[in-house]
Design a protein around this ligand. Structure first.
Ligand code: AMP
Ligand code: MN
Ligand code: MN
Ligand code: MN
Length: 286
């Protein structure tokens, strides 16, 4: 069993990289990628834990590309098999750490000016995080009894286009794909279902544009992706010579706790052979 999309406490996951690997071993995972948001800082611990537990580690990062408040489209691209010590990643991580922190405190200022309150301890806890996401702000709002769920925070407060929404730095897909290639990795379009396309022809034309920008593959197997879309994506990957990837987007108990490693909500099945195809492509690229 394989899972090529997971998160740890280095972004908005609930488990440390070591705890994630132990859970993966129990779940019977053979190949595992850690793909924290905009950071590879958890990857040294992750790789060491994988080696100790007989799991094949795939070093990854889930890059935020853009979020458009008008179309409500959000694009994430996964970099897999990348060199997480590369200086280009180090500078990207530093930029995103600062910008994410600034954004979080701007959102908090806005909420406080409307009467919501957060303790100094909560704010200090935020500054200790490696990658601050809106999911952390959602947890604070739940703690303070302003809302009941993380989804409610996004639906009512800071989801794309909602009153307290603020964007992260925006990048072109070309830039992020180029960065991933500089790191020696493969660039995979994450969860195409979240692109919120109105039709399959719109989705196909986005994927064709990305392919022209150097995209290597698409995350076809994903818990929220309907069967009919999976079928379409498989056809397009074949037609456009794109690799096929798959992952659960496991975050642990705080975000979408119903998602299990490797299995998603139970129906996810990611064939092991996808790893061989990726390794073949990496070998050709050398
Ligand atoms: P950010 O990294 O600040 O853009 O925050 C978005 C993160 O919150 C994503 O990585 C998701 O894992 C998580 N999340 C949880 N619930 C939602 C939701 N309803 N909509 C968008 N993101 C969500
Ligand atoms: Mn997340
Ligand atoms: Mn994502
Ligand atoms: Mn993710």
């Amino acid at each position: 069993m394989i899972d090529l999309h997971t998160h740890s406490t280095f972004s908005d996951g609930s488990l440390t990289p070591t705890q994630l690997v132990l859970e993966a071993r129990t779940a019977g995972i053979e190949y595992l990628a850690l793909t924290d948001h905009d950071t590879g800082k958890g990857l040294d611990e992750f790789i060491a834990a994988c080696k100790e537990n007989g799991i094949y580690p795939v070093p990854g990062v889930e890059f935020s590309v853009f979020e458009d408040p008008v179309t409500r489209q959000q694009m994430h691209i996964l970099g897999l098999f990348l060199d997480h010590h590369h200086p280009d990643l180090t500078s990207f991580e530093a930029l995103m750490k600062t910008k994410r922190r600034e954004r979080a405190f701007q959102i908090i200022d806005h909420l406080e000016s409307d009467g919501y309150r957060f303790s100094n301890e909560q704010k200090e806890q935020l500054t200790r995080l490696n990658t601050i996401s809106r999911a952390h702000l959602a947890k604070m709002m739940i703690q303070n009894n302003y809302i009941h769920s993380v989804d409610e925070a996004f639906d009512r407060f800071f989801g794309v286009g909602k009153p307290y929404f603020l964007p992260k730095p925006q990048f072109s897909p070309e830039y992020i794909i180029g960065l991933i290639h500089n790191l020696g990795g493969l660039a995979m379009l994450a969860h195409p279902v979240y692109l919120n396309c109105n039709s399959y022809s719109e989705l196909k034309s986005i994927i064709q544009d990305l392919k022209r920008s150097g995209l290597d593959g698409v995350e076809v197997y994903y818990p929220k992706t309907p069967k009919s879309m999976i079928h379409q994506l498989l056809t397009w990957c074949d037609e456009l010579d794109l690799l096929i990837s798959g992952g659960s987007d496991f975050h642990g108990k705080d975000i979408r706790p119903e998602i299990a490693l490797g299995k998603g909500t139970g129906h996810l099945y990611i064939p092991n052979i996808l790893i061989d195809q990726m390794q073949k492509r990496l070998h050709q690229n050398k």
